[in-house]
Each structure stands twice: as C-alpha cells, then as structure tokens.
Design a protein around this ligand. Structure first.
Ligand SMILES: *[C@@H]1O[C@H](CO)[C@@H](O)[C@H](O)[C@H]1NC(C)=O
Ligand SMILES: *[C@@H]1O[C@H](CO)[C@@H](O)[C@H](O)[C@H]1NC(C)=O
Ligand SMILES: *[C@@H]1O[C@H](CO)[C@@H](O)[C@H](O)[C@H]1NC(C)=O
Ligand SMILES: *[C@@H]1O[C@H](CO)[C@@H](O)[C@H](O)[C@H]1NC(C)=O
Ligand SMILES: *[C@@H]1O[C@H](CO)[C@@H](O)[C@H](O)[C@H]1NC(C)=O
Ligand SMILES: *[C@@H]1O[C@H](CO)[C@@H](O)[C@H](O)[C@H]1NC(C)=O
Ligand SMILES: *[C@@H]1O[C@H](CO)[C@@H](O)[C@H](O)[C@H]1NC(C)=O
Ligand SMILES: *[C@@H]1O[C@H](CO)[C@@H](O)[C@H](O)[C@H]1NC(C)=O
Length: 854
C-alpha cells in the first residue's frame, strides 16, 4: 500500500478525536464572561473567556449587553454582558472525573434591550443536581438590595469527565446568566459530619458525596477577604462576621503568628481566617452567664453542614479553654478544646456538624452558639472562633433550590414609598445603594442584608414564649433589685436606674388616654410614638415598642443607659421608662417643633432663614461635640441625620435616637469594630468599607446634614438624575466643577454672604472627606459654624447701617431665637407632628442591617 495513503488513513482516524478535544486543559479553572465576544479582564486583572465554545448545539440563546452599569458593580467583567436563554440550553465542560468542583454563577438583573428582566424565571441544573428553580434574579436582588448576585455550589465528583450545566426558562419567560466559574476543588469534606439534634450518634453526613450550596462564609473577628486573597486559588470571598452577631460582649483579635497547616491543604481557608478570631471579654463571671451567638437566615427543609474553623494562639495547654457548641439550641459538641484537637498554637483545625432546619413558623434561622464549659472548670472561661462556613446540602430529590425571597415588609414599604414619592420608573433601591456608596463597599452591605431579609416575616405575637422584654428586673417590677439576668451582656446599670424615673403602665395609660390613636405623633419601625401629659401639665413624648417589633432589647437598653447618663441642653432628655407587663416604653421630653427635616423640605409652609438654620446646626453640633468629648467615654451617635435632630417649642435643636450609639474607642484601639448601622445617604464610606467606627463617622454624617440644610433636599433623592441622587456625591462633584452655588436652596439665594458661604461649604466638604483623618473634629465644625454666624451678624449690622435695601436680601433683620420662635409658632400648621423613625427615602438602613431588625 502506498505509505502516503496509510498516513492519510491514520490522520482521518485521528481527526474526529482532534475535533472533539476539549478546548482548554480539563484540570484548569474556567471563568466565563457569558455573552461577551472575547472575554476580558476583571477589576482584579483576572482573565475571563468567552462562553460560546462551551455551548451545546441545539440550544436557544442570544447575547446581550446591559444598558446601565450600576455603580456598585465591582467590575464590568463579567456583569455587563449576558447570555439570555429563550429555550433549554446547556453548557458542556470537560472536567476531572475524580475531583470535586466549585461552580459559581453570576447574575446581574439589570436592563437589557428587548428583555424585561423582572420577567425572567430560570431553572438551572448541573448534571442531575437541581440548583435553581423558578429563580428570579430580579426579585432576589431587589429583596437583598443588591445590584448583582453570586450563587456558589460545591459539587461532588460524578466519575464522568464532563459536566452539563443546563439553563431553562420557566414557562414563557427566559433565563439568563452573566458569568460562570468552574474551579476544581481539593477534597475538603473528607470527614463525616455528625447530625445534630437526633438521637446520639444516629446520623452522620458524608461530605465526600455531598452536593452543596455555600450559603455563608465568614472570617470571624476579621475583615472581608476578597477572592484574589483566598487560598488554594478557589476564589472564595470571606465576609466580616459582625452583621451576623447576635448580642454584644465579644472582642475580636488579630494574632501575629505563623500558621502551620500540618495535614490540611492550604485551600481549607486562608491564613487571615486563622489569624483573626473572636472571643469573650475578660470577666469570667459574665462569660459564664452569656452565650455568643451568630444568627443566619436559611431556606427551610434542608440539612446544613456547618463548618467551624479554629486556630488557638492564646493558650497552649489542654483544659485552658473549653467550650460548648450549639446549633439551633441543640448540643453539637460539649467539650470543644482546640489544643486537644491540634496540639499547639498556630495549628488550624476544622469541625463539621450538620443540622436539619425544618419549616417551623415560616422563619427559618440557623443559630450558631458557643458557650464556655463550666462543668470542666477550664482555666479560662471563654470561647474562640476563627471562621465559619455554612453549606446547604441537596435534599432527597437532589435539589438545592430554595424559594425566591419575600422582601421584608419594611423593604416593601420602602420600595412602594420610593415609587409613589417619585416617578414610576424610579431608580431601584439597589441603584440608590450603589449610587450612594459606590464601588466594592456594597458587597459588605449586601452580605449584611442577606440574612435579615426574611426575618421580618415574623408574625406579631408568635408563641415565642417571651417572658420579659427587658432583662431589667427579672419578672418583677420592683425597682430595688437589678437582676443580673442579662441577655447578651446587656442589662441596666444601677446608675441608669437611679437617673431615670420608673413609670407604671397605669401612669402611661392615663398619660396617653389609653394609647389613643389620636395621640400618635409618629410611627417608626420600633412602634408608635404618642404625645402625653404627665404630672398634670407636663407634655411628653412616649415611645412604645410594638410587641411584634423585634428591635433588640439591646438597643432599648442602650438608649436608657445613654440618655440617663447624658444631660445636655442639646440632647433629647429621657424622663423615664416603663417595663410593666412586658412593655418597652420610653418617656421623653416633648419636642414641639418636630424634626429638622420637617422644616427643610417636607412640605411645610414656612422656610427657615439662613440664620435660623445656622442656630439649629450650631445646637446640633454642640450636642454631638458633647457626645464625642464631654462624657466619660467617647460616644459615637452612629445615626446622625435630619430626622434625628429634633426641635423643641423654642426651636432649640436636640440630638435624639441613641439606640444605635456605642461607647467609643478605649484602650489602644482607635476604632470600634461593629455592625454597620446607620442610614443610607449619611453613611461614612470609610466606616462602610472597613466597618470601623470612629467619631469621624458622625462628622461625615453631619457633613451631609450641613448640605441638606444648605440645599433643602434629601440626602438621597432617587427621582433626580443619577449623578444627583446622593447629596454627598453631588456636592463633592459640584465642588470640583465650581458649581456649588447652583445647589443652594432657592429660598436662601442672596441671603448668605460670600465669605460665609465659602467657609460653610469648605467646612462641609471637609466633613465629607473620604478618610476620617482628613475630617475636622466636631469641635472644629462647631467653631466654624459659630464664626459664620458672627460673620453674618456683622454683615447684617453694616447692611442695616447702610440701609441700601438691596433687592436680593429677603431676610428679616436679626432677632433673638425666641422671637423667631414666636413668629414661627403662629404660622406653623401642625407643630406637633414628628416621628423618631421616619420611614422616608432611604433612612431605613439602620433597621435593615441590625441583625435583630426592628
Ligand atoms: C483529578 O483530581 C484528583 C483528585 O482531586 C487529583 O488527584 C488528580 O491529580 C486530578 N487530575 C488531573 C489531571 O488534574
Ligand atoms: C417589566 O415587567 C414588569 C412586571 O411584569 C412591569 O411592571 C414593567 O412595566 C415592565 N417593564 C418594561 C420596561 O416593560
Ligand atoms: C490581599 O493580598 C494583598 C497581597 O498579599 C495585600 O496587599 C492586601 O492587603 C490583601 N487584601 C486584603 C483585603 O486582605
Ligand atoms: C510579628 O512577629 C515577628 C516575629 O515574632 C516580629 O518580628 C514582627 O515584628 C511581628 N509583627 C508585628 C506587627 O507585631
Ligand atoms: C417544607 O416542607 C413542608 C412539608 O413537606 C411544606 O409544607 C413546606 O411548604 C415546605 N417549606 C418550604 C419553605 O419549602
Ligand atoms: C434558641 O433559643 C432562643 C432562646 O434561648 C430562642 O429565642 C430561639 O428561637 C431558639 N432558636 C431555635 C432555632 O430554636
Ligand atoms: C446558651 O444557649 C444554650 C442553647 O441554646 C441554652 O441552653 C443556654 O441556656 C444558654 N445560656 C445562656 C446563659 O443564655
Ligand atoms: C415563581 O416565583 C414567583 C415569585 O416568587 C411566584 O410568585 C410564583 O408563584 C412561582 N411560581 C412557581 C411555579 O413556583
């Protein structure tokens, strides 16, 4: 035979094989920028490939590019392009048949030409595992207040050398995806996880064969670790744990120690997870009496694998630190002793436990609780945790699909309010969030929001068996004994009890005419605020916690503690409280003129003059300055905004709402790491990024207030063009362009002297500096405002002398604030109306992010 022919035959024989060879090497990680022509690089310089060559023929799909780019997107790639599936379509990936894989799906439910994303409902599967069913990325993102979503799965080896990932639209809708990652994962689940809550030793979960979805991955006591800093190239994100903490009384640490992985692959978790941890405070007696709990919202009817990462670095002997581990109040392990497990400092270990979460009361939670083991009498009564991962395990039908979230009531109200208040196509909350914060920061919040979202389904008066709202006096109402029955480390100090008056429910009822609806002057997430009369003629405001409100007892106690110790002309005073019959009631001074916001742009007829505004700002600045410097500890307000500045009958400004306050830096820490609380639009970007609180966070928020007062517009107004939505961003931009004057409230035009204007805006802009260090102190701000007021007064004198009658000056001559007050009083329509927790645009943040919600 002709040797050439033989050659040819061999070639022909090989050809089909050559054609079907997988494009890249099968063992490598894949990152696909779906719908893109040529992949691209993301913000971390990571390469993404195009998805088209992995599509199995016969599917129905088109590519599309998003019309809008949300400012909170961490990167264009892979979010700005999408593949839209109009019929069942699969991707086929060649994989290592003996390896576990991480599959990560990215969704950006934005606007795409010709497709209404709110009508997309997808079914997604990977081989025989159902990952998502009737999944609406739009609803999920909306409920979580996120611009984009990432779903991560860890899939067991199937023995097959390819994986089929299938997208299918529900009924007449369409499916879509923006990015797909497929990463081979070393075997990290080669342990049997004991099933908690069933008869002893009767159940274990085999990790090796489990198909799972990662629900939470947190770096306990540490900071956010981005995918590029993950170990083993697995590109996982590790989030800060503070949003999930329930209760107080813990401290976070960072150890300077070399981590020795011993038998574990480094992929188990990065060193930063093991170098940071959380433990309890220094007082063993408090520790013995308190639990440390993290709280997560999960889908019902699934078993969860909970992985604890431990690494000891403080003690090195057995029985120095021993603690109990509970999952949903069931003992997972009673005698956890990290040194007994690892043999020394700096050596990590991980422990897996599994628990089934059923469908009780429609509010599915996973409680992870650690408590020091008292029986074993360890040397230190304390706990330690470094990291935590929670995985959902596929059910008996090989499904991992949960339901679309139901937005919390508050979020729904918020969305409806936004839609009603502004044009029908109002920018969604997601955009507002992004617009306000910008950049990567949103990820942190997103995570914070994740688990709060379905909490609010809680029904009023569920049979939770609550005996007392307040850990104040146990069950008795006697004033004399302050019970040590503390929950989460919070109980009232004797000090607080002595400094505030105790009211009986009978007194409160008579003051409010039995909580008559006609006396309601405000409604917040906390409950209702009533006006009332005590002692015959004293007007008071009575804040009553709604029994169904889940605002933490902690916040209630904080408010009493703070306010009873702090007495200042520019702080709202607490008169007393009532705890009878499980009520949580606070009694305050009555603030006849309501909130500052009411007098800026909330439809009031009268307009405050420039000098009145300065007076109010000076009062508020004095209040805050006192908080920061006047008390024994620095107190950070954390929620400075125009609805928390109240005005009394004489227009004296008083700072209110201390529910969120924390006593500030002590020891040599110069920040307090804490849950991000505060209001959208007012939130310090630095605090947001690093979740580190300093008094400069209040200064930032006050900077927003300064502009709000100058411009008479809300901190966030979604009905405005995108660049103007956030007042802070808009002000900074305008300052760069030199167009600040255009923002000024038209009512003030011509009444502010140029020099005063310059001083005022310079100061306000400095308050908005990105870095806390560059911001002035509250004392500096106060000084500047007083200086400006003097400038204006001087200006008026000269003006009055000249009597030039300049047409631009609409301001009335100087008058004392009391005179102004009288004048205003006669004009005011409903001067009694105010709310402590108003529900308007965007100030809901504190309520959303608080783990216990309100
Ligand atoms: C496939 O995965 C197994 C288990 O993770 C690993 O030992 C093996 O080296 C991998 N094979 C290839 C070709 O990467
Ligand atoms: C998209 O669909 C939703 C609900 O089905 C509808 O309210 C909305 O107006 C639609 N948007 C567009 C741009 O058609
Ligand atoms: C990520 O790693 C780089 C290089 O090791 C480091 O400079 C950076 O601070 C790390 N980022 C975080 C958020 O840990
Ligand atoms: C960490 O420990 C090493 C060795 O003990 C020491 O050289 C280094 O200064 C320490 N770093 C810090 C930040 O304490
Ligand atoms: C959980 O299972 C029960 C019983 O099968 C069912 O009634 C319930 O709707 C399920 N809950 C969820 C959230 O799927
Ligand atoms: C665990 O116990 C606490 C009270 O100790 C209770 O409030 C909570 O609902 C319980 N959690 C579960 C999941 O049963
Ligand atoms: C801590 O939690 C466990 C499990 O929920 C519970 O049994 C115990 O009473 C709690 N202890 C305290 C002091 O709250
Ligand atoms: C799909 O999800 C939507 C929104 O959550 C829900 O209203 C609808 O009933 C679901 N459809 C099915 C078939 O489950």
């Amino acid at each position: 035979m002709n040797p050439n022919l033989i050659h040819l035959i061999i070639y022909l024989h090989l050809l089909p094989n050559l054609l079907t060879l997988p494009p890249p090497s099968s063992a490598a990680s894949l990152a696909l920028n779906c719908g893109s022509k040529d992949g691209g690089k993301d913000a971390d310089n990571r390469k993404w490939a195009t998805d088209s060559k992995y599509l199995v023929s016969g599917g129905k799909s088109v590519t599309s590019t998003a019309l809008t780019q949300d400012p909170s997107l961490s990167s264009d790639v892979p979010y700005m392009t999408a593949r839209i599936f109009t019929g069942e379509t699969s991707y086929k990936f060649n994989i290592n048949s003996t390896s576990r894989h991480i599959l990560r799906l990215h969704f950006y439910p934005s606007e795409y030409p010709n497709y209404n994303i709110s009508q997309s409902y997808s079914i997604v599967s990977a081989d025989s595992i159902l990952l998502l069913k009737n999944f609406s990325a739009y609803i999920t993102a909306e409920a979580l207040s996120q611009a984009y979503l990432i779903k991560e799965y860890s899939l067991a080896a199937t023995g097959s050398d390819n994986m089929l990932v299938k997208f299918k639209p529900m009924d007449k809708s369409f499916a879509f995806v923006n990015g797909i990652e497929l990463i081979p994962e070393p075997e990290l689940f080669d342990d049997q996880a004991g099933l908690v809550g069933v008869a002893e030793n009767s159940g274990t979960i085999d990790g090796v064969s489990a198909n799972m979805q990662n629900m939470f991955r947190i770096n306990v006591g540490g900071q956010y670790i981005p995918p590029t800093n993950d170990s083993g190239g697995l590109m996982r994100s590790w989030y800060d744990d503070t949003p999930y903490m329930f209760g107080a009384g813990t401290v976070s640490h960072k150890a300077n120690i070399t981590i020795d992985y011993k038998d574990y692959p480094e992929a188990i978790a990065p060193v930063d997870v093991y170098r940071t941890a959380r433990s309890q405070g220094p007082d063993p007696n408090i520790n013995k009496q308190s639990n440390v709990t993290w709280l997560f919202n999960v889908d019902a009817n699934f078993t969860y694998l909970v992985r604890f990462h431990f690494c000891e670095y403080q003690v090195d002997k057995i029985n120095q630190r021993v603690f109990e581990i509970y999952l949903n109040n069931e003992t997972a392990f009673a005698t956890a002793d990290i040194i007994a497990w690892t043999g020394g400092k700096g050596i990590p270990t991980r422990k897996d436990y599994a628990i089934y979460v059923g469908d009780k009361s429609g509010d599915e939670e996973l409680w992870v609780t650690l408590h020091t083991n008292i029986d074993l009498k360890p040397e230190f009564y304390d706990i330690l945790l470094n990291g935590l991962e929670i995985f959902k395990i596929s059910d008996s039908k090989s499904s991992l699909a949960g339901r679309n979230p139901v937005p919390s009531e508050m979020m729904q109200k918020q969305l409806i309010a936004n839609r009603e208040a502004y044009d029908p196509d109002a920018i969604r909350v997601t955009h507002v969030v992004g617009g306000a914060m910008g950049g990567v920061a949103t990820i942190g919040v997103a995570m914070a929001l994740v688990f709060v979202i379905r909490r609010r389904r809680q029904v009023a008066g569920t049979d939770s068996g609550v005996t007392s709202w307040l850990p104040l006096y146990g069950n008795s109402t006697s004033k004399s004994s302050v019970s040590g029955k503390s929950q989460c480390g919070s109980s009232l100090s004797t000090d607080a009890v002595c400094n505030s008056r105790y009211f009986s429910l009978v007194e409160i009822k008579s003051a409010t005419n039995n909580f008559e609806e006609g006396n309601v002057i405000g409604i917040g997430g906390f409950g209702k605020v009533y006006k009332g009369i005590i002692d015959g003629n004293m007007k008071v405001a009575i804040k009553r916690a709604n029994p169904s409100s889940d605002q933490g007892v902690n916040e209630f106690v904080t408010e009493i503690e703070m306010l009873s110790k702090l007495r200042h002309r520019h702080l709202v005073s607490l008169i007393g409280f009532c705890e009878d019959s499980n009520e949580m009631i606070l009694v305050y001074d009555h603030m006849g003129k309501g909130t500052l916001r009411d007098h800026l742009y909330k439809g009031n007829m009268i307009t405050l003059t420039w000098k009145q505004r300065l007076d109010i700002l000076i009062g508020s600045a004095k209040g805050l300055h006192y908080l920061h410097t006047g008390a024994k500890y620095t107190i950070i307000h954390r929620d400075v905004k125009t609805t928390n500045i109240l005005l009394d009958d004489n227009w004296v400004a008083k700072v209110s709402d201390f529910g969120l306050s924390k006593t500030g830096p002590n020891l040599n820490q110069n920040h307090v790491s804490t849950v991000v609380k505060g209001s959208f639009g007012y939130l310090d970007p630095e605090y947001f990024r690093r979740q580190q609180l300093t008094e400069k966070s209040d200064v930032y928020s006050f900077g927003v207030v300064l502009f709000e007062v100058l411009c008479a517009r809300p901190a966030l107004n979604p009905s405005l063009p995108k660049e103007q939505v956030s007042l802070a961003d808009y002000a900074l931009q305008s300052a760069r362009k030199g167009t600040l004057e255009e923002m000024v409230d038209p009512h003030l035009k011509g009444t502010i002297q140029p020099e005063a204007f310059k001083k005022f805006t310079d100061c306000s802009l400095r308050c908005l500096s990105d870095h806390g260090l560059e911001r002035p102190s509250m004392g500096d701000v106060l000084w500047t405002l007083e200086f400006i007021l003097k400038l204006e007064a001087k200006g008026d004198e000269t003006r009055n002398e000249k009597k030039s009658g300049s047409s631009g000056m609409v301001e009335v001559p100087i008058q004392s604030s009391d005179m102004i007050a009288m004048h205003m009083n006669t004009l005011s329509l409903d001067d009694d109306e105010y709310d402590y927790d108003s529900d308007d645009d965007g100030n809901a943040f504190s309520q959303i992010v608080d783990p216990k919600g309100r």
